[in-house]
Write a protein of this length. Structure first.
Lengths: 880, 181
């Protein structure tokens, strides 16, 4: 720690860290210097000149946001000279910003119901600005004290408001060109979707050739909206609504666990979601889901009352009657004829009580999350490294010398986890992507290895072989922490580079280069979701990835490790607290036979062995087959937000609280425990699932089940789960708490199975279709069409096929081909640029998805984001 | 051969092979000219700006393909390239007309009567400002200094300087251009 520096600002003696700017030091010490372009976390920019100060003995009036502190500095922020200068600069700024709202003499007098008639012209009125009452410029004007009695004239830019893009409205007439949006997009998101265009008097924020955001590579994360000081960038939904309170909670959409500030209006609706900049997990960032996907909590068609099925119709009833029916029916299904499926969005407390209810009341281990939460990604970690979770910290990926992504569409599925990866790559760190599909990160990748689907393990084996053959392993680490190195080496005999290249379809030199990148740097991390890998193949692949990390000494040190990206917002917490058929709280394996996982339970329902089921929440995740299976049960209880197809088929339907109405904790993928806080009142009689478990346990004769107070349940979790021992409400109120990763003892390396040849495709569907999705496609012919005031992308679908396959099929480049599965058909122009025989790939723009989500009538559209599934297909030439 | 641009970003090695100019030329001649302008730059350090200048020199304007090509080759986004290109008023983004007439309005030319010469040119072309004649023949540009102050007032037609310009010499030059059309 370096010595703090001493300086004085306006006569106040303060201390600051070397490297800080004067403005940061002032903010840290609660001294206000007006600013408009500064934003914590962004590089100093110095464009608005609002923060000018005088320094004793210094020349001129430097901007304090770009002025580093020095020892003994004497700073004046409000001398007459500085104030006059700042006043003048602000007037210049206002010469291009509509400011009736700033200079109106009724500025303090108008109430919410008053109608502005003739004081200010229509376009200037405070009420027509979406940032009314939360405008930073207005605050600055008030502070600086620009004369409000003589309205200045201004030059209106007369630009059309850009409303065509999904989610955002952009009104550059209100822009003050502080470049915060441009800088956040470049420095933090790494997208450069908007830039400063033109110069001097006409400089503004824009895109190449003025194209829509759909074409410019925007990922619709909304970071630019969150930092905009004026009304130029706003969310379209609830554009003019005013917040009465802000509640910090945890995003319900994925396991990254971003902290989000929910703004709530006077009617009790969640009107905006804004990234929380104090969060150590997400550092102010959200993605399209977290930013624009929380509207579902406000929908009027939420279930508000319990319902029971009478004569085939669901009729509203009271909680007492509904719970009474459940309590009278469930005892008949005690044991393994019952299955409990729980929403992956559940809090730790809800998940804990679910496990406890299934085991202690229903006497079964059949309790699981209602999705495929890919336990295989973490089970080997638990077995070998002692904890079923990521070994490192996601934000540290920024400093990993090499990041290896294995079959993960990170930018879409775990968006904010991709930010440190992109940032690191910008700094010059290596990025390797292993994926047959083209996803966004493949464009940044130093190496994109595109193996034939199903041969990923051979590829990892090939990398391991290169590392050991070239002596790149971390011998010191291996000597102290690992066993069985010779067995691993021996098992790699069949992974000769040429053989692996032939099996995977990846050129040998690329495999070798990837191995050298991975083992050559000071640290390396593996980020893996194992999309499109069969469930039974995930375990061996994860074992190989652990070997890769161990052999290169990349476990248990900063900026390194294994990062499994599992689906489900709280899949980690649910596993930790025992909401799992195979694990009790504390990741303790069940004695004897584990219960049924969600897929097994669904099979059991069809087979008739599982006769009753209770489903808690978010059933839109269920496929038609799953709903069909659940309808086979004799007794089905569904607690949900909406009366969807599954709820329709239930015997009892219970109204559920959404994430915005729950109190509790959730645990993210890199072991941060964070709070869910209640932001709004639940509609009607919606209650959390904990209430149901406690009530049912009581009426089913279990007296010591405990209450449904989240704080008390958390205390109980802290008692039974050793890793959570230090977790309590007070420590979480202060901020997110990261659970420790266990120390590494001796770990055995796992020998790889003999390299097997590539599987032979089935005759009927001999090709594999690998869809991809990216943010931008420079060089592609894309047309933006407007329909119903919205922009949509139109482009010709191109299907990439290997030249030899094209020759076999008699397809020439530019001809139309059709790929067909049992149920779907896609037509597109053939391009003979495929790199793998037997694989057809196609890549679409993320913008199409964003448009679809924006215009969707679905209650919770973000749950419907289509994954990129590799499917067997048939290819036919279309004869014109 | 539109797809090579994104292949380039993916396969950093071997990328140049995908960019074989004969392949490009077949599909998009304009793109081929852009590519050859970028690759023919003699200097060691190729930047976004140097590439844009080379393209402007070759084509007389910066087409969308050029923004894409420069972005791909410099590993930045199209928006980044646009930020540079739109900063400089000397770049234009639509094809210029067949002939370019530049009138110098630097201080020396101004003192020696550039204003009246400019009006003469504008009247002859039917323009009131800088810009393109609707017939597609002439593009008029103001120039801050053509670098021949000793010959002031100066005008340039298709980058050829004409010193000590007079109303009569301007009429002759414009007639010649019209005849060439």
């Amino acid at each position: 720690m370096t010595e703090p520096l001493k300086l004085s600002i306006d006569g106040v003696e303060i201390t600051a860290q070397p490297g800080q700017t004067v403005l940061q030091a002032a903010i840290d010490n609660n001294i206000y210097i007006p600013y408009l372009c500064y934003w914590p976390g962004l590089k100093p920019y110095g464009s608005c000149r609002m923060c000018v100060v005088e320094v004793e003995g210094g020349r001129g009036t430097p901007a304090s946001c770009t002025l580093p502190v020095t020892d003994g500095m004497v700073v004046t922020t409000a001398s007459t000279g500085v104030s006059d200068l700042r006043h003048g600069i602000l007037e210049l700024l206002l010469s291009e910003h509509p400011h009736g709202c700033l200079t109106c003499h009724r500025i303090e007098l108008c109430g919410p119901q008053d109608i502005c008639l003739r004081h200010v012209s229509v376009v200037d009125r405070c009420v027509v600005c979406p940032k009314n009452e939360r405008c930073e410029l207005k605050d600055t004007v008030r502070f600086v004290g620009v004369n409000m009695e003589s309205p200045l004239t201004y030059n209106y830019r007369n630009l059309q408001v850009e409303t065509g893009d999904p989610f955002y409205d952009r009104d550059y007439n209100l822009c003050i060109v502080c470049a915060r949006c441009v800088r956040v997009c470049e420095e933090i998101r790494g997208d450069d979707a908007v830039v400063m265009i033109e110069r001097s008097g006409t400089v503004l924020v824009g895109t190449s050739f003025g194209t829509s955001l759909l074409e410019s590579g925007c990922e619709f994360c909304g970071a630019c909206i969150d930092v905009c000081p004026v009304g130029a960038l706003v969310e379209r939904d609830h554009k003019w609504d005013k917040a009465v309170k802000t509640v910090k909670t945890t995003c319900p959409h994925c396991s990254v666990g971003c902290q989000v500030n929910l703004e709530v209006d006077s009617r009790g609706s969640v009107i905006r979601s804004i990234g929380n900049w104090d969060s150590p997990v997400s550092v102010g960032q959200l993605c399209y889901m977290g930013k624009f996907g929380n509207e579902f909590v406000n929908k009027p068609d939420r279930i508000k009352m319990p319902m029971i099925k009478k004569h085939g119709e669901l009729v509203e009833t009271s909680w007492e009657e509904a719970l009474g029916i459940i309590a009278s029916r469930l005892p008949d299904y005690k044991g393994d004829a019952f299955s409990l499926l729980v929403s992956p969005r559940s809090t730790n407390e809800q998940a804990y009580l679910a496990g406890k209810f299934a085991r202690s009341v229903m006497g079964t281990n059949n309790v699981d999350l209602s999705i495929d939460h890919r336990l295989e990604l973490v089970e080997p970690l638990g077995r070998r490294l002692g904890n079923m979770a990521a070994t490192g910290t996601v934000t540290e990926l920024e400093d990993s010398a090499c990041v290896l992504i294995v079959n993960s569409n990170t930018t879409e599925e775990h968006n904010v986890a991709a930010i440190p990866i992109k940032k690191g790559h910008k700094k010059g760190n290596k990025l390797i992507v292993i994926d047959t599909r083209e996803v966004e990160l493949t464009r940044y990748a130093d190496l994109w290895l595109r193996p034939f689907p199903g041969t990923e393990n051979a590829l990892i084996g090939g990398m391991l072989k290169v590392i050991i053959d070239e002596g790149l392993q971390d011998a010191e680490f291996l000597a102290t922490t690992s066993e069985n190195f010779n067995a691993l080496t021996a098992s790699l005999a069949s992974y000769d580079l040429d053989g692996v290249a032939e099996t995977t379809g990846v050129p040998a030199d690329k495999i070798a280069a990837a191995a050298r990148y991975f083992a050559g740097g000071s640290s390396a991390a593996i980020v893996y979701a194992l999309d499109n890998i069969e469930a039974e193949a995930r375990t061996p692949l994860t074992e190989s990835l652990i070997d890769l990390a161990l052999v290169t000494g990349n476990v248990g040190k900063p900026s390194a490790g294994l990062f499994p990206l599992r689906p489900g917002a709280n899949s980690q917490g649910a596993l930790d607290v025992g909401c799992n058929p195979a694990y009790l709280p504390g990741q303790v394996a069940v004695d004897g036979t584990p219960g049924l996982t969600a897929p097994a339970a669904l099979e059991g329902m069809v087979a008739g062995t599982v006769k009753a089921a209770m489903v808690i929440g978010d059933s839109p995740l269920f496929t038609a087959e799953a709903i069909h299976a659940l309808s086979h049960t004799e007794f089905l209880v569904v607690q949900d937000l909406f009366l969807n197809d599954l709820a329709q088929s239930a015997d009892v339907v219970l109204p559920m609280t959404s994430f915005a109405e729950d109190d509790g904790t959730v645990t993210n993928l890199d072991r941060w425990v964070q709070l869910r806080r209640q932001a709004i009142e639940a509609p009607g009689e919606a209650r959390p699932s904990t209430y149901i478990f406690v009530e049912l346990a009581g009426s089913m004769g279990v007296s010591d089940f405990g209450g449904d107070d989240p704080t008390a349940i958390l205390a109980e979790i802290a008692e039974v789960v050793p890793a959570y021992a230090a977790i309590n409400q007070e420590s979480l109120e202060a901020g997110s708490v990261q659970l420790p990763s266990p120390d590494i003892a001796k770990i055995a390396l796992t020998a790889l199975p003999e390299r097997s040849a590539r599987g032979v495709a089935e005759d009927e569907f001999p090709f594999l279709f690998a869809p991809g999705r990216v943010l931008a496609m420079p060089g592609e012919e894309i047309e933006i069409i407007r329909s119903n005031g919205k922009n949509a992308i139109r482009r010709e679908d191109a299907l990439e096929i290997h030249p030899e396959d094209a020759a076999t099929l008699g397809v020439a480049p530019g001809e139309v081909i059709e790929v067909a599965t049992l149920t779907h058909r896609i037509r597109g122009m053939a391009r003979t640029t495929g790199t793998l025989r037997g694989v057809i790939s196609a890549t679409v723009l993320f913008g199409e998805l964003a448009t679809a989500l924006d215009t969707s009538g679905d209650c919770d559209p973000m749950l419907r984001v289509p994954g990129l599934h590799i499917m067997p297909v048939r290819v036919e030439k279309v004869l014109s | 051969m539109i797809e090579f641009t994104h292949l380039v970003q993916n396969f950093t090695e071997g990328a140049r092979e995908d960019m074989r100019e004969d392949v490009v030329e077949a599909a998009d001649p304009l793109r081929a000219r852009v590519v050859s302008a970028i690759t023919a730059q003699p200097q060691r350090t190729v930047t976004v700006l140097s590439s844009l200048l080379a393209i402007e020199e070759e084509l007389g304007y910066i087409p969308p393909q050029a923004i894409e090509e420069v972005a791909t080759r410099e590993a930045v986004t199209v928006n980044d390239v646009w930020a540079v290109a739109s900063f400089y008023t000397n770049f234009r983004f639509t094809p210029p007309n067949k002939h370019i007439v530049e009138v110098c309005w630097g201080p020396t030319c101004h003192l020696l009567g550039a204003q009246s010469l400019l009006e003469r040119v504008q009247n002859a072309l039917g323009l009131t400002d800088e810009g393109d004649t609707p017939d597609g023949n002439v593009t008029l540009k103001y120039n801050t200094c053509l670098g021949a102050c000793g010959q002031a007032p100066v005008i340039a037609t298709d980058h050829h300087l004409h010193g000590r310009a007079t109303s009569e010499s301007i009429d002759r030059l414009l007639t010649r251009i019209k005849d060439k059309a």
